[in-house]
Design a protein around this ligand. Structure first.
Ligand code: FAD
Ligand code: MLT
Ligand code: ZN
Length: 466
């Protein structure tokens, strides 16, 4: 093992290979603080060739590699296990935008570039890169590809999978697959890039990607609305779509408990309404003209006349828009500050969301009185973050009951035709559950792909697949 560290240092230079526990600390614990491991070393290559060298040296030594981007993942996928014999391969030094092509409408970027950097580069070229997440200042393009990230604009633009045209990947044996093509059409057999998108570091290291750019949408119309029920939120969707005329970008949901946590923990935020409501929504239309304001207004009027809205606040300035967005984007951080959290990133057919919430909530509260249901998410995509916070002052109770509560939620989701992960992925958190809730045929196919590409099981072992 010390030979491997020696070889890595010889190949990459001393400063690119960290072995001091203090230097490695930020790389071995995840954002949630739930997953902590130890590593043989953290390596920080600066080029695709260096990534290939690292992977080749690790493969020769039989040492597993854990790819890591911004370490904002929420399922423990990007940190090593506790064995101390894995190498964390951080892409943090590979953040170059290699090319912006206004004719092809594409951008080529290295995997370690933060998502926000790509959004800014697209904007500087008068275009839009639409993926949008609360973690966009820290999460990387490689991480969003590896997790097939979603976020708050999926309703209009789709998930990361739909925004990637080509990839460059270092395979588990150190070979480089150069699939960095900007082609919109390429019907030459299996779509290999799609195998790596959402593979959570288990098939190879993504080193760069070709991303699609879209027309910029400088005009935004945003409202925060109060709702009586989840069924009102889902009933509103077709109406928002109809009035939005293709410009509907965001339709998000927040339960009262979620808003309460944001108000309690985030400085400078305030409740936009005088009274309290059960549910809230954040809607945004984006386009190029004032049309978006008129469309939002007509959607809200139609919703009110059909009894689907209790109240609404429309952002009258960019500052007001930011303050409404802060209420939604602040939930993860606020819930983290509140104590023990159990995350469930579930998705259901949109028409089943209301029934799921109505049935799961009372059953969970009966199982653990005092439990706090922090429900929010991308309702326009059928994606709920059905997160639980411990009863006040009793984190131990949530930890003790966690397996049972999670099983109740996953059983209910599955019975209604949903899935146990909408956008965060499987990682370490849901590895065993994924095997249990997928069909035998699906598990066989996933294992066959893993076996074909990583037969020695050296890429991010213990994640995604049991
Ligand atoms: P990491 O956390 O470093 O890694 C995640 C996984 O990808 C790991 O399995 C890792 O091994 C693998 N990986 C990373 N880089 C590479 C690479 N170059 N090659 C191969 N494998 C790699 N996610 C959403 O989908 N939607 C949201 O709305 C959303 N909101 C969030 C809000 C907050 C406040 C936070 C903290 C997280 C949120 N996330 C969300 C989760 C997270 O930001 C995404 O999963 C993101 O894509 C992770 O990117 P990362 O660079 O931090 O990856
Ligand atoms: C979000 O949409 O805010 C995150 O994906 C949810 C979470 O942190 O659980
Ligand atoms: Zn989310």
């Amino acid at each position: 093992m010390t030979d491997l560290v020696h070889d890595l240092r010889a190949a990459l230079g001393e400063s690119a290979v960290l072995t001091d526990p203090a230097d490695m600390a930020a790389y071995v614990t995840d954002w949630t603080g739930v997953f902590t491991g130890t590593a043989l070393a953290v390596v920080r290559p600066a080029s695709t060739a260096e990534v290939a060298t690292v992977v080749r040296l690790c493969a020769a030594a039989g040492v597993a590699v854990v790819p890591q981007g911004g370490n904002t993942g929420l399922v423990g996928g990007g940190v090593p296990d506790s064995g101390g014999d894995q190498v964390v391969l951080s892409l943090s030094r590979m953040r170059r935008i290699r090319e912006v092509d206004p004719v092809a409408d594409t951008l080529i970027v290295e995997a370690g570039a933060p998502l926000a950097t790509v959004q800014e580069a697209a904007a500087a070229a008068g275009r839009l890169f639409p993926l949008s997440l609360g973690s966009e200042g820290s999460c990387t393009i490689g991480g969003t590809i590896a997790t097939n990230a979603g976020g708050t604009a999926v309703l209009r633009y789709g998930m990361m999978r739909e925004l990637v045209l080509g990839l460059e990947v270092v395979l588990p044996d150190g070979r480089v697959w150069d699939g960095l093509r900007p082609l919109r059409k390429d019907n030459t057999g299996y779509d290999l890039k799609q195998l790596f998108i959402g593979s959570e570091g288990t098939l190879g290291v993504v080193t760069a990607g070709v991303l699609r750019l879209l027309p910029a949408t400088p005009r935004r119309a945003t409202a925060f609305v109060a709702l009586e029920s989840v069924s009102a939120a889902t009933a509103l969707l077709p109406l928002l779509r109809e009035h939005g005329g293709g410009q509907l970008t965001t339709w998000e949901l927040l339960g009262r408990q979620a808003l309460d946590l944001v108000l309690a923990h985030l400085p400078g935020v305030r409740d936009p309404f005088a009274g309290q409501h059960e549910w809230y929504g954040l809607v945004e239309l984006a386009g190029t003209s004032a049309d978006v304001d008129e469309r939002l207004e007509s959607a809200l009027e139609a919703a009110a006349s059909q009894g689907l809205l209790v109240d609404a606040v429309v952002a009258g300035s960019p500052a007001q828009r930011e303050s409404l967005w802060a209420l939604r984007e602040g939930v993860s951080e606020a819930q983290k500050s509140e104590g023990a959290t159990l995350k469930h990133d579930v998705t259901l057919p949109i028409t089943a969301l209301s029934r799921f919430v109505a049935e799961a909530g009372p059953a969970l509260l009966a199982a653990l009185p005092g439990l706090r249901l922090v429900t929010y998410g991308h309702i326009g995509d059928g994606n709920l973050h059905y997160n639980l916070s411990a009863p006040v002052g009793d984190d131990a109770a949530l930890r003790r009951e966690a397996p049972r509560l999670t099983r109740m939620i996953y059983d209910a989701v599955t019975a209604l035709g949903g899935s146990i992960s909408a956008e965060h992925g499987i990682g370490a958190l849901k590895r065993d559950a994924a095997a249990a809730y997928k069909t035998g045929v699906e598990v066989d196919l996933l294992r066959a792909v893993k076996q074909a590409i990583d037969p020695r099981g050296l890429m991010n072992p213990g994640k995604m697949l049991a």
